[in-house]
Structures are given as structure tokens and as C-alpha cells.
Design a protein around this ligand. Structure first.
Ligand SMILES: NC(=O)c1ccc[n+]([C@@H]2O[C@H](COP(=O)([O-])OP(=O)(O)OC[C@H]3O[C@@H](n4cnc5c(N)ncnc54)[C@H](OP(=O)(O)O)[C@@H]3O)[C@@H](O)[C@H]2O)c1
Length: 325
């Protein structure tokens, strides 16, 4: 069967993204063919396109989508044709109308979650679940510093923190972004283009510092983030939107008071079907309770993938981005 899909034949700028027509065969053993209704756009797609995280070329882009099972291969039992599903996969290729995928990545999609909402939140929502529940579990009363709090992961984190009684101090690059994050659950926001975030965090915490920093900005914020932690605090470096974090002198952790640093990545954990089922159940429960409402800031067609990535890299988006197929 034919499908339209976004592919790249070389690493580079958004001009390498091409809309192509491909043939999708029958799903192999353990695979499912999905007719996709929407797919999400994430910052990791930019790293894949640029080659920061290199892909064998040519390759498709995109790690998450939602749609309907069209056909199943031998040995697939937990989903059937006609089922509504959503996924995050370790293999890019979600920017497509139709694709084959190992069935182990699929989560049955509750009827009350739309395809667009699901495709916007699988990567970002499961990442927040990982950060809050599994990397350095945060509890009611803890204080977390979260950078880029009005981004896709950020707006989920603001809502998650509010629902758990966690004080989230966010940073963002404009007053409009700060207002949006506050509306969704951040306790305090710092516009880090106008104020020094380290000084502001010290002021807001009476000089004590925060329990945990969640930093997806990377190069520009990493060292300042360490300065925001209380002794014995935890630095979670989970992304590099501003560039890769340079190598760290481990003594920097000692002099600031026995800090811990962790560098999690969601894709290393979703291959475990039991863990994936547990994490996605917790995410969907948060959504069903109304504690986490997907925030789609930009919706475009599949053919506009390049424009979507351009806007994301230019820091002009808030919340999540979806492409409808
Ligand atoms: N480790 C994992 O498993 C995992 C999973 C998902 C996402 N992530 C990471 O989480 C981060 C957020 O991902 P997202 O998809 O939700 O993106 P996003 O937060 O919607 O967009 C990135 C944001 O980062 C901020 N930023 C700061 N410096 C930047 C720069 N030089 N260039 C571009 N943006 C910059 C911008 O917000 P301001 O204008 O407010 O500064 C921008 O809007 C990314 O680093 C991503 O790689 C990691």
C-alpha cells in the first residue's frame, strides 16, 4: 500500500525534509500496520535531522503517533485491526500516513483521548512521568526548577507538578511563555532573558536552593542549574535544546554539596512492555482526571513538517506540535 511520508537523505537544515511516496508492505511477524491520524513533533526530531543523534540514511522522522490498527502480523495478540492505538517508538518514521511498527510499542488508546491529543503527549507525557516518578522521585512539598517550562515537555510538567503538590519554579524566554506556564501550574516563573535565573531561584528559595533541577536546555543552563541546587540536591539533565552539555569536572558536584547528576532518556525504557504499560496507564489516568490536559500550541499538515521544526528550533512555539495525516 502507498503512503506519504517525510524522509531525509542527508543530515542538515529543514530543507533535507522531503515528502515522499513509499510502499508499505504487509506487517511482518510481531508487527502492526497503523493508519495514522496524527503524529507529534519533538525536539529530538531536530537532533535526528541535524545528525546530533545520527540516523542511518535515508530515514524517516518522528517518534510518536496515534491512529487505527490496519493489519497485524503473525504472533500479535494484544491489538487487532480497528483498534485505536498510540505509541512512542525507538525507530523514527512517525511522520507518515501509514507505517509498520513492532506491536510491543503500542498502547491501546482510551476512547476519550483524541488521536491529536494522544500524538501530542506520548513522548512529552511519558518523559514527565519518568522524570517525576522514576529518576529522582519528587514528592508533595518538594521544589523543582524546570527550564523551558512553556515548551512541550514543560507545560505537561507544570500540570503534573500542580497535581502532585510540587512547587515548580519555571524558566522561559518571554513574558507570554511565563504567563502560560503560570496558568497551567507553575508556582513561580523567571523570564531568563530578562533576569539571572540563578539569582532569582536563590531569592525565591530564601537562599536555600531547590531539591531537583529538570534541565532540557543543556549547554546554556547546565552550570547555572548546579548553582540552583541545595546540598544533596539532584540535577536531571534530560536534553540539549541549546547544545550539548560539555564534559563535567566531577569536583563541581563536591564543592556544591555532594550533588547528584543523572542523564535520563525515555527511549531506553520504552522497550520494556511492562514498564511502558505502567507509565502510559499513569499518564492516561492523569489525563482522565483532568490533571493533565494536552496543550497543542501548533497544528499543521504532514507536508508542513519542515515549518513545524523550524518554529520549534526558533523557540517560537508553546506547548506541543502535531502534524495531522
Ligand atoms: N531525555 C529524554 O528522554 C527526553 C524526552 C523528551 C524531550 N527531551 C528534551 O526535552 C527538551 C524539550 O523538548 P520539547 O520537544 O518539549 O521542546 P520544547 O521545550 O517545546 O522546545 C524547546 C524550548 O527550549 C528552549 N530553548 C532554550 N534555548 C534554546 C535554543 N538555543 N534553541 C532552541 N530552544 C531553546 C525554548 O524555550 P524558551 O524560549 O522558553 O527558552 C524552546 O521553546 C529538549 O531538550 C528535548 O530534547 C528529552
Amino acid at each position: 500500500m502507498e503512503t506519504k511520508a517525510i524522509r531525509q537523505h542527508e543530515h542538515g537544515g529543514v530543507e533535507v525534509l522531503q515528502l515522499e511516496t513509499l510502499d508499505v508492505g504487509a506487517p511482518g511477524p510481531g508487527e502492526v500496520r497503523i493508519r495514522q491520524h496524527a503524529c507529534g513533533v519533538n525536539f529530538i526530531d531536530i537532533y535526528h535531522r541535524q545528525g546530533l543523534y545520527p540516523l542511518p540514511l535515508p530515514h524517516g522522522l518522528g517518534l510518536e503517533a496515534a491512529g487505527v490498527v490496519d493489519a497485524v502480523g503473525d504472533g500479535v495478540e494484544h491489538v487487532s485491526p480497528g483498534d485505536r492505538v498510540a505509541y512512542v517508538s525507538t525507530t523514527p518514521g512517525a511522520y507518515a500516513e501509514l507505517r509498520n511498527l513492532p506491536a510491543s510499542f503500542l498502547c491501546p488508546l482510551p476512547d476519550d483521548v483524541s488521536f491529536e491529543d494522544a500524538s501530542s503527549i506520548m513522548v512529552q507525557g511519558l518523559t514527565v512521568e519518568l522524570l517525576f516518578n522514576r529518576i529522582s522521585p519528587v514528592r508533595a512539598g518538594d521544589t523543582v526548577l524546570f527550564h523551558a517550562a512553556a515548551g512541550g515537555v514543560g507545560l505537561v510538567a507544570c500540570q503534573w507538578a500542580r497535581s502532585e503538590g510540587v512547587r515548580l519554579i519555571g524558566t522561559a524566554g518571554s513574558d507570554e511563555k511565563c504567563a502560560q506556564a503560570l496558568a497551567l501550574g507553575a508556582s513561580e516563573m523567571v523570564n531568563y532573558r530578562r533576569s539571572d535565573f540563578v539569582q532569582e531561584v536563590k531569592r525565591l528559595t530564601d537562599g536555600e536552593g531547590v531539591d531537583v533541577v529538570m534541565d532540557g536546555v543543556g549547554k546554556d543552563t547546565f552550570m547555572g542549574s548546579l548553582d540552583c541546587l541545595r546540598p544533596l540536591g539532584t540535577m536531571i539533565s534530560f536534553g540539549n535544546a541549546s547544545g550539548m552539555v560539555p564534559p563535567l569536572d566531577i569536583m563541581e558536584l563536591a564543592v556544591r554539596g555532594s550533588l547528584k547528576v543523572t542523564r535520563p532518556i525515555l527511549l531506553k525504557h520504552i522497550g520494556d512492555p511492562d514498564l511502558l504499560a505502567q507509565m502510559s496507564r499513569i499518564l492516561f489516568e492523569k489525563m482522565r482526571a483532568g490533571a493533565v490536559v494536552p496543550q497543542i500550541g501548533l497544528k499543521l499538515g504532514l507536508k508542513d513538517a519542515a515549518s513545524a521544526q523550524e518554529k520549534l528550533a526558533a523557540r517560537s512555539t508553546m506547548g506541543s506540535i502535531v502534524l495531522t495525516c
